[in-house]
Design a protein around this ligand. Sequence first.
Ligand code: NAP
Length: 250
Amino acid sequence: MGNRKRVLILGGTGEAAELAAQAATISGVEVIISLAGRTRQAAMSSTLRIGGFGGVSGLRDYLQEQEIDLLIDATHPFAAQISCHAAQAADDCDIPRLMLLRPAWEMMRGDNWIEVESNEAAARVLPGLAQRIFLTIGRQELASYAHLKQLWFLMRMIEPPLPDTPVPPGKLLLERGAFSLESERSLLGEYDIGAIVSKNSGGDATYGKIIAARELGLPVVMVQRPSMPNGETVADVETAIFWLRNWLLP
Ligand code: NAP
């Protein structure tokens, strides 16, 4: 077996897919990428497993059964639960773990951000701020806005909300990024949007709406990130590959 390493990448982001593709080309590395299975996925070259593990104990069992040597948590900055489970399970199994976490967006000159801790807090600031809102928080927390019957929402997400999810009044837009600045600019104009709600996801793929809001002087209600477990963290794929290569050294 030598220095051959089995690497589990917890995915669901563009960076995770890119990392898996790059890692799979390194000799001596076997990559398994894990997805929660919330959205449809294109085929990937690495071994793919889909669905939850069943909490910390399920993940611990998986790490042991699959003889995983290294764990890279490349999940989304708002996917806090799986990151906490990964930290606990890797610790229990004594497996080195790295977090790949893209940097948060920073407020710039011209930005008009209202930073809030949660979607509930975002919903509280909307009445009086604007009448027509671009809601770009995905589908999982739409219910936090469902009581705002006096406002109108343009709601963008990849997959439609589950059938019994309470949804505020407005229109659903089912699309997957990346989104260009031009298309975001025209979307805001077309729907006469007065404010945006966004998570501080970071990255380039969905930053166009933030630039467009700055240009148009629109307020952005920015939901802050949840706290993540402690541990070694890198900000990009290149540095994650460097970390991986380091573990391959004899
Ligand atoms: P979460 O709240 O942190 O996790 C909920 C549960 O989903 C976990 O306990 C786990 O189930 C399962 N899970 C999550 N990620 C998984 C993975 N990569 N592989 C296997 N199981 C996983 O996560 P979430 O916010 O629902 O996000 C789900 C997935 O979508 C994540 O992989 C994330 O990277 C991606 N994503 C999330 C967002 C977002 O805004 N939250 C945005 C873009 C992409 P068990 O306890 O059964 O193991």
